[in-house]
Design a protein around this ligand. Structure first.
Ligand SMILES: [Zn+2]
Length: 329
């Protein structure tokens, strides 16, 4: 195996732990990035975290900036990503554009996937075959144990065996309704309800609705966990840019009058416990939306504990805290 660059190893460590909608495609996508970046040795990869030779398109605006770059086929506008995380998210968003329409129907199988995407991605007729030739090496790299010195290996809480893990994200639905935290630390969690039982409507609204709003997470009535914005970025959920900069927003699918369901509560409690641990958010700073602005949010989710739509910040907070205590958080 040729030597992967340090930059490529950094990407691999991050990709290993990254939630994606299609974990079965991590190997084949990494194989394509190895091919495009020459084992991470390209200037685009090293300077701009662009491991896939991705040209700039308007849809890349939330993920990348535009740079002019001279590749083997001439000068063109390419994507520059601020981090490997942004690159990974940008790559999957790139596929959601019109030229790749239909790729999801091929996502069940790595070979089907690259044979569909490859001819659109590159003019080289042997592109898919070249990627597939790297597949076993890419999968071995993803399965290898942590590389010493790689970012995930520097752990402030090593040996913290009781630490809650992040609950599994069932769907990743990236949205452009987000912005940078500009260096602000996360120290609040804001709890919301969607006012509707239609989770697809909420997802669509957070992608295309006006005014443009979003949340980091949406939890379905069935407990399914959807993530739309990376924790490290600012979602637009609280109606206050200062609070958005410092908080994680969690939406619960519920119509007015609906209480949190058992399955939904289990996912929510696991998520809140993990977020509190991960970002050292004190219990007192897990708050219902009504404590940020005048709203009925978070509705009747915690009616069993005294919370209710129309209740004040104190009333809804008591409901939320009562529920949290019942869940052991
Ligand atoms: Zn809300």
């Amino acid at each position: 195996m040729p030597n992967p660059s340090t930059k490529l190893l950094e990407l691999i460590e991050i990709y290993k732990g990254r939630k994606t909608e299609f974990p079965n495609l991590k190997g084949v996508t990494l194989a394509s990035w190895i091919l495009e970046s020459g084992w991470g040795g390209s200037e685009l990869a090293n300077k701009h975290n662009n491991f896939a030779g991705m040209k700039y398109r308007k849809a890349m605006e939330p993920f990348a900036t535009k740079i002019s770059y001279a590749a083997h086929d001439g000068v063109d506008d390419y994507c520059a990503f601020a981090s490997p995380e942004k690159f990974i998210d940008g790559y999957w968003a790139f596929l959601e554009r019109a030229p790749y329409k239909g790729w999801r129907s091929k996502a069940g199988d790595a070979e089907d996937f690259i044979e569909f995407v490859g001819p659109i991605w590159a003019q080289d007729g042997a592109y898919s075959e070249k990627v597939l030739n790297l597949l076993s090496q890419a999968e071995a790299l993803l399965q290898s144990s942590s590389i010493p010195g790689a970012p995930d290996d520097v752990c402030g809480e090593c040996g913290d065996d009781d630490a809650p893990g992040k609950p599994k994200v069932d769907r990743w639905e990236p949205t452009s309704h987000q912005s940078s935290r500009n260096g602000t630390d996360i120290d609040h969690i804001v709890v919301h309800y969607t006012t509707s039982r239609n989770i697809e409507g909420t997802i669509s609204h957070f992608k295309h609705g006006t005014p443009r709003t979003s949340a980091h997470y949406i939890i379905g009535r069935d407990g399914a966990l959807v993530q739309m914005v990376n924790d490290s970025d600012r979602a637009w959920h609280a109606g206050s840019s200062a609070m958005n900069a410092r908080s994680i927003g969690i939406e619960h699918v519920a119509a007015p009058g609906d209480k949190i369901t058992t399955a939904q509560g289990a996912t929510s409690a696991a998520l809140i416990a993990w977020l509190m641990h991960e970002y050292e958010v004190p219990r007192s700073q897990v708050i219902p939306h009504v404590c940020v602005k005048a709203t009925s949010c978070c509705g009747d989710l915690f009616a069993d504990f005294g919370g209710k739509a129309g209740g004040s910040c104190d009333v809804q907070t008591n409901g939320l805290r009562g529920w949290m205590a019942s869940m052991g958080i």
